[in-house]
Design a protein around this ligand. Sequence first.
Ligand code: PLP
Length: 484
Amino acid sequence: MRYTSSVGSACVARQTKKMADSDLLARHRAVMPDWAALYYEHPIELVSGEGSRITDSGGRSYLDFFAGILTNMIGYNVREVREAVQRQLSTGIVHTSTLYLIRQQVELAEKVARLSGIEDAKVYFVNSGTEANETALLLATCARRSDQVLAMRGSYHGRSFGAVAITGNRGWKPSSLSPVNVHYLHGADRQLPAFAGLTDGEYIAACVADLRYVLATATAGDVACLIAEPVQGVGGFTMAPDGLFGAYKEVLDAHGILFVSDEVQTGWGRTGDSFWGIGNHGVTPDIMTFAKGLGNGFAIGGVVARGSLMDGLPAAGISTFGGNPLATTAAAATLGYVLDHDLQANARALGRLIIEGLREQVGRLPAVGGIRGKGLMFAVDLVEPGTGAPSPRLATRVLEETRARGLLVGKGGLAGNTLRMAPPMVLSEAEAKEGLSILVEAITAVNAEGTGAEGTGAGATGAEATGAEATGAGVTGRKEAPDE
Ligand code: PLP
């Protein structure tokens, strides 16, 4: 009797929870914009977290391989960050404005300037990656007295007017209006038929030749800057071969064109081999932008550039919330944690373990078009078995299957067919293996659905991205919206 009633009450609790979730979803849809997509057929609300794990409002726990889009860089409920923030809150000061000295801001700027490798660097803090890129555009266009900007095909740089204008990803480009004149370069589009079969060196040579050609023929000759992501985030972790941006920089330097590295996703050691993503190309840029992981969830972004560039704006500027005491306190604690625990080395070792594991165990499945990554930033392309066409459908299925097995992952790519993973950099080896095995299970199950048979799986070497990337969409949750 008691048993029956407790089962009954558990049932009622589940029902109530389901109703509460669908009620929240309905309320979300009523007041939030249609273009702000949610993951999953039944979207989830995440309510608590610890380390690399997070729990939803129904009490279900997940290993988190997407970290709030690479933003919970050192995981959840980190004592060092929590205590630093609580100490700051207990002073009674969350905000003073930048009209007054902010000790934490100065100390953080000193640290970022030193880590940047940029000579005589100065730092300006804002609240997001978008604002950071806007600031970089302002610095470069003012310094060069030019509105001409080079950007990369497949890029994403944010959602403001200027950031959308330098974004080369149709699914995230709601407007063609632009405050700058943009020309797009090759470099992260190796999958195009025109580049089929080229070695890294040949591809780089072709891209550099095209850059020279664009400069000589398509621009008005006084380009302000090139802005590029070392690994394209929203673009599906597509990336230029190491060395491409070094080769580009030689050409840019010859023309006095500034190079801006958008490190919003790739900074702070996440790519493993290098502290900044651009370090993989042997280049120190003129300007770097950053955001996402630095505050481990607290809103902070920024720009670091040569002092002469930073000081070059001919009018006053202010960011009301940029670099506020709370955000810079959280950021200093986060950055300190990354450096003290050498999380870059962890990203390198565990990234290798997972990427190699994926290549071995699912690399040859017909539904897998490619596996790539650097450090704890890795991706799997899903394709239609038989045709090899990009398959947002199967990517969505894997998203659901991983969730059902207790793993959160992301999705992206120009065609919406790429699973993107970027766990907190505090991930343990046991968690890396657990996540890998869930990924393998989920991809293998979806491959079997797609082919009507179990795939062979093992023994493959990793294929590079192959699926020709269609424009547009393929996202879960809403019509034709590509995933973040
Ligand atoms: N740059 C890159 C490379 C990004 O991935 C993003 C966001 O995903 C941005 C800029 C924009 O950052 P935010 O969303 O903080 O404005």
